[in-house]
Design a protein around this ligand. Structure first.
Ligand SMILES: Nc1ncnc2c1ncn2[C@@H]1O[C@H](COP(=O)(O)OP(=O)(O)O)[C@@H](O)[C@H]1O
Ligand code: SF4
Ligand SMILES: [Mg+2]
Length: 338
């Protein structure tokens, strides 16, 4: 066990199914001349049975965190523990079987489904690759999973192009369920679906969580989606978390100027103080993660930025119980929207 992993184990966050400490994920640009710091020092724990939401603009590093959580991409530094265990320290065989407990679902079901395979073969595939049970047991489990997600059995003989977007996403969910995971990372899973069926698919996720005791990490750029489904929300900006707390607190009393800007841009549920036209317009684009601003990364777009913000990186502080923020001035009363 690495020293960092040992520290996490010592901290004893008892109900953590995932613990992340100082996670960094870097990529080389295609010309290999620069390093993209996609995730650059993130700490959090996901509690067993909860839905942990991550929001932020496109390019902030959400997908990279999701992929790292299930070890589709290797951390460049820091540690990720699953149930207190460092999966990277497991022998290869054990690592492969361990990974089945931690699944990820992406936005586009078309990318996840082979157009030439029937739906039933697609749902069976993970069980076959994992060599779970005999053929009859695998079939039973695949059919059970299809039932669970509300797909009629006759859909099994069809091909992806014969299904609607919502049905295809249900197939992808069924595929993930066959392996009986403990945690599912859901990356923009309703973003590609028609508004009219988003609610149904979100309700399906909630129902599966209740029935199967699943834990979710729910990644989205859509605040309405994340506040509908998550107990806690993390707000991500340029490779770091800027705020983390219970959904109600973060959406009613956002402490970070970036969260305040995101909320004020939302047409729907707004904190009361923002309903009367206090819209904060975020200026400019998110800077490049190749060369992020010094000090506070948000400073180039923050209406409250001061000299200190360029000089010092704000500490990650717990300002209220369970409510964390990284901003030098977040505890100033004049700064809060309430
Ligand atoms: N495989 C990769 N190679 C190089 N850069 C990458 C790779 N994956 C992601 N990035 C870069 O990392 C940053 C974060 O990307 P991503 O995690 O997809 O953010 P989000 O999901 O929040 O939109 C972006 O600047 C993106 O271009
Ligand atoms: S630290 Fe400074 S720049 Fe960063 S969010 Fe706070 S006030 Fe704005
Ligand atoms: Mg993404």
């Amino acid at each position: 066990m690495s020293a960092l992993a040992a520290d996490i184990a010592d901290e004893g966050v008892k109900d953590a199914i995932v613990s992340v400490r100082d996670l960094q994920v870097q990529f080389q640009t295609s010309d290999r001349r620069a390093t993209v710091k996609a995730v650059d020092g993130v700490d959090f724990d996901v509690r067993r049975g909860e839905t942990f939401g991550i929001i932020g603009e496109s390019g902030s590093g959400k997908t990279t965190i999701g992929r790292a959580l299930v070890f589709l991409v290797k951390p460049s530094a820091g540690a990720i523990l699953h149930n207190g265990v460092d999966p990277l320290a497991l022998p290869r065989r054990q690592f492969q079987s361990h990974r089945r407990d931690y699944q990820i679902i992406f936005q586009d079901p078309n990318a996840a489904l082979n157009p030439r395979m029937t739906i039933l073969s697609s749902v069976l595939e993970p069980l076959e690759l994992a060599r779970e049970g005999d053929r009859a047991q695998r079939l039973r489990r695949a059919r059970e999973a299809m039932d669970r997600v509300g797909l009629p059995q006759d859909v099994g003989d069809r091909y992806p192009h014969q299904l609607s977007g919502g049905q295809k996403q249900r197939v992808v969910i069924a595929r993930a369920l066959t392996l009986r995971p403990k945690l599912i990372v859901c990356d923009e899973v309703v973003a590609a679906l028609d508004m009219s069926i988003r609610g149904d698919v979100l309700n399906l996720f909630a129902e599966l969580q209740r029935d199967l005791g699943l834990t979710y990490v729910f990644i989205t750029h859509d605040l309405a989606v994340v506040s509908h489904i998550s107990e806690r929300i993390a707000v991500m900006y340029l490779g770091r978390f800027v705020e983390l707390g219970p959904t109600e607190q973060v959406s009613e009393r956002p402490l970070h100027p970036y969260t305040q800007a995101l909320l004020s841009a939302e047409p729907r549920p707004l904190p009361s103080s923002m309903r009367s036209g206090n819209r904060i317009v975020l200026q400019g684009e998110i800077p490049s993660p190749i060369d992020p601003p010094s000090g506070c990364r948000f400073r180039t777009r923050c209406q409250y930025a001061q000299a200190l913000c360029a000089e010092q990186t704000p500490e990650w502080r717990e300002l209220a119980r369970d409510h964390w923020v990284a901003c030098h001035f977040a505890d100033r009363p004049s700064f809060s929207p309430n």
